[in-house]
Design a protein around this ligand. Structure first.
Ligand SMILES: Nc1nc2c(c(=O)[nH]1)N[C@H]1C(S)=C(S)[C@@H](COP(=O)(O)OP(=O)(O)OC[C@H]3O[C@@H](n4cnc5c(=O)[nH]c(N)nc54)[C@H](O)[C@@H]3O)O[C@H]1N2
Ligand SMILES: Nc1nc2c(c(=O)[nH]1)N[C@H]1C(S)=C(S)[C@@H](COP(=O)(O)OP(=O)(O)OC[C@H]3O[C@@H](n4cnc5c(=O)[nH]c(N)nc54)[C@H](O)[C@@H]3O)O[C@H]1N2
Ligand code: SF4
Ligand SMILES: [Mo]
Length: 667
């Protein structure tokens, strides 16, 4: 028996696993985030443990085919390949790509492996596609980025919640227990299951949230809802923002976003009239070439209403992947060292160099962001741990070509993902029920992943693979999660995300510990910013931000907006969930009845969606719940990202997954 948490999303629902004669039985456990609930993905998560597709031996490429190999043969190929490529093209030609599903220990070990064993600057991870815009905006406003700076129970106690570009009814079903319907305002171009729970649904044109947020702030100012005492005592820069939103009068915002003026006023009244109010964003607001500024605009609104750092109120971002939070703190991000330290900060480099036993000048500098890495001519080899970019990267046809052209592609996975199928070497690694470690959930609560059983014969843990490779490259490390965690604690000590006081024993005894937790007598920090923000002067920063169009707006050739996202039963690239027969799901294109009539198709008919990047065909799902100028596709099946636009946010380097110009025709 083991008490652990779900392998999938950031809610990290608590579960108990029991070994039985015919497999592993999943039971739900009570925990603050899930209150005893699990979604279908959690209930069926153990089905992948003994799945026929499970990899149990390394695979090595011979021409067109991947053949089973011994670990010695596979690792020789990796180490020799790395050596030859680095000698010929330099250290940075070998790249590493990680994932927000990795435990803290693995994310930390991966960052150390890149900087110390490979001495490459070229490392980034899929969280760049996920959290980076909210992270950049949080750092800019508060001096610190923790998705939710408060526990989920604060959301349950709020009287009003503005939920922007989030569909938790499908992406975190048990989370919906924390959302009271009365005060819920949902902003989404689709009338989703989440929007149907709310009292008010604002249905903007994709890519116009920044104008919407500036318009809401405009109304808050003109209606006298600004909390002047809070603004004076706890923030800087309000006057510049007030001047910037002056031109976003309601009628102009309605014209640009399509949200009626009356609804704009109603949203502000609800938020401003609540005793405790929350503004929450997720990928719908963030995955844009202006995602950082869009989140900033919502943070400005929250600050003007006096929410952040007030007990029971605040701004938060809903983190996505299982360890989306911890995965962005411990050094797999291109510009970052453990403890959420900046890799270009001399003091941070000196601290981490000491823990790693290297000279500060031997730690490489910042590298390229995820999409730039996955399209760089300078990269000749790539090692992937915990991502499937052949499906999940924007403009994926180009990324697939790029992956196929590498001199060496190494993928550690438990199934032959679409990315692994392109690899030269595939390394079979352990699943969540077969390893120990820690995860940091959407609240910033560090929790334990506990092993139920050994991995199958022939399968190694990611930590064991990294330790073996590091050792062969002359930089030995431990493969024991506890020892890696203790090193991570030291590396993070004094950093923004300080884990120094967190131990496995404390997590076991206390049901998780919130960072920062600088020493073992510190209780941890469930609620941030109550007295001061993490900026040098302790004040939050208002930042004026201007609305601008999407990188690609509809035109005569591509007259519609395409947006992408998730469905309840599939997870991410689908590498795991598409293999689970109890989880149904097929690709589809969601479009409005008026649009269906215009192009002459019925529900279920096959349609082709085309953009300037490519095209794909799928059945139409005709529904009045979506705007008539917009089509939606889930990205789990590979077609959607043949279409998406890799335009990047200038600050976060987040690709514009949520809007591009498309046309739809009968197939
Ligand atoms: N079932 C399931 N659950 C998951 C995942 C999964 O793959 N499957 N993945 C996990 C991960 S990593 C993440 S990041 C989270 C993501 O969780 P969410 O952010 O909730 O998921 P998405 O479906 O990507 O996007 C949310 C909504 O944004 C809307 N949207 C699209 N364009 C815009 C826009 O321009 N403005 C606004 N306001 N909204 C827009 C979409 O219609 C969609 O309903 O889910 C996590 N949970
Ligand atoms: N069009 C469009 N594209 C998107 C998005 C969108 O909304 N629209 N969302 C983006 C977002 S938010 C995200 S987070 C990304 C996610 O996209 P991906 O990074 O592709 O996500 P996963 O499918 O979770 O990929 C994880 C892979 O690693 C394996 N794996 C899981 N856990 C581990 C582990 O612990 N160790 C190892 N070695 N392997 C493991 C899985 O089997 C799987 O093959 O997609 C992004 N792409
Ligand atoms: S909501 Fe997320 S963590 Fe909970 S069971 Fe579903 S996938 Fe797992
Ligand atoms: Mo994500």
């Amino acid at each position: 028996m083991s008490d652990t948490h779900c392998p999938y999303c950031a809610l990290q629902c608590a579960m108990r696993l029991r070994a039985s004669a015919d497999g592993v039985v999943v039971e739900a456990r009570d925990f603050p985030t899930n209150r005893g609930g699990l979604c279908q993905k959690g209930w069926t998560s153990a089905d992948l443990l003994r799945h026929p597709d499970r990899l149990t031996t390394p695979l090595v490429r011979h021409g067109e085919t991947l053949r089973s190999a011994t670990w010695a043969e596979a690792l020789d190929r990796v180490v020799n390949g790395i050596g030859a490529i680095q000698e010929r093209h330099g250290r940075d030609a070998v790249a590493v790509f990680g994932g927000g599903g990795l435990t803290n220990e693995k994310a930390y070990a991966l960052g150390r492996f890149a900087r110390v064993a490979l001495r490459t600057r070229t490392i980034d991870y899929n969280g760049r596609f996920c959290m980076s815009s909210a992270a950049a905006a949080g750092n800019r406003a508060f001096g610190l980025d923790r998705g939710l700076p408060f526990p989920v129970e604060d959301i349950a106690a709020a009287d009003a919640v503005l939920l922007v570009g989030a569909n938790p009814a499908e992406t975190m079903p048990p989370f919906v227990r924390h959302l009271g319907g009365d005060g819920l305002i949902v902003v989404d171009p689709r009338r989703t299951a989440t929007a149907r729970l709310g009292a008010l649904h604002l249905q903007p044109t994709p890519g116009t949230d920044l104008a919407l947020a500036n318009g809401l702030l405009h109304i808050a100012i003109t209606e006298g809802h600004v909390d002047r005492g809070y603004v004076d005592a706890r923030t800087n820069g309000f006057d510049e923002v007030r001047a910037a939103v002056a031109q976003w009068w309601p009628a102009r915002v309605e014209r640009l976003t399509g949200v009626p003026v009356a609804d704009l006023y109603a949203a502000v009244e609800r938020l401003a009239g609540a005793r405790r109010a929350m503004v929450l964003t997720a990928r719908g607001a963030e995955q844009h070439a202006k995602g950082t500024d869009t989140v900033t605009a919502f943070v400005n609104l929250a600050l003007a209403l006096g929410l952040p750092g007030r007990p029971g109120s605040g701004y938060g971002c809903l983190t996505g992947q299982g360890n989306g939070q911890g995965g962005r703190e411990h050094g797999q991000k291109a510009d970052q060292l453990p403890g959420y330290r900046r890799i270009d900060d001399p003091a941070a480099r000196a601290h981490v160099a000491k823990v790693w036993g290297v000279a500060p000048e031997d730690i490489p500098g910042p590298g390229p962001s995820a999409y730039e890495l996955l399209s760089s001519d300078a990269v000749r080899a790539l090692l992937v741990f915990g991502s499937n970019p052949a499906i999940s990267a924007p403009r994926a046809a180009g990324v697939r070509r790029w992956l196929g052209d590498l001199d060496l592609l190494v993928v550690a996975d438990f199934v032959l993902s679409e990315t692994a199928a392109l690899a030269d070497v595939v390394l079979p690694t352990a699943q969540w029920a077969e390893e120990d470690g820690t995860m940091t959930n959407l609240e910033g609560r560090v929790i334990r992943r506990r092993r139920l059983s050994e991995p199958p014969e022939g399968v190694r843990t990611d930590l064991a693979v990294l330790a073996e490779l590091s050792g062969r490259l002359g930089a030995p490390t431990s493969d024991d999660p506890r020892r890696v965690f203790d090193e991570l604690r030291r590396a993070s000590a004094g950093g923004v995300a300080d884990y120094a006081g967190i131990t496995y024993e404390r997590i076991d005894a206390e049901g998780g510990v919130f960072w920062p937790c600088p020493d073992e007598s510190h209780p941890g920090t469930p609620r941030l910013f109550l007295d001061r923000f993490a900026t040098p002067d302790g004040r939050a920063r208002f930042v004026p931000v201007e609305h601008r169009p999407a990188a690609e707006e509809p035109d005569a050739d591509f007259p519609l907006y395409l947006t992408t996202g998730r469905v309840l039963t599939q997870y991410q690239s689908g590498a795991q969930t598409r293999r689970i027969t109890a989880l149904p799901g097929d690709p589809y294109v969601e479009l409005h009845p008026d649009l269906a009539a215009r192009i002459g198709i019925d529900d279920g008919a096959s349609v082709t969606v085309a953009t300037r990047r490519g095209s794909t065909t799928a059945p139409a799902r005709v529904s009045a719940t979506i705007r008539a100028d917009t089509v939606f596709m889930p990205f789990h099946y590979g077609g959607a990202n043949l279409l998406t636009n890799p335009a990047l946010d200038p600050i976060s380097r987040m690709p514009e997954f949520k809007v591009c110009a498309a046309k739809v025709t009968p197939a």
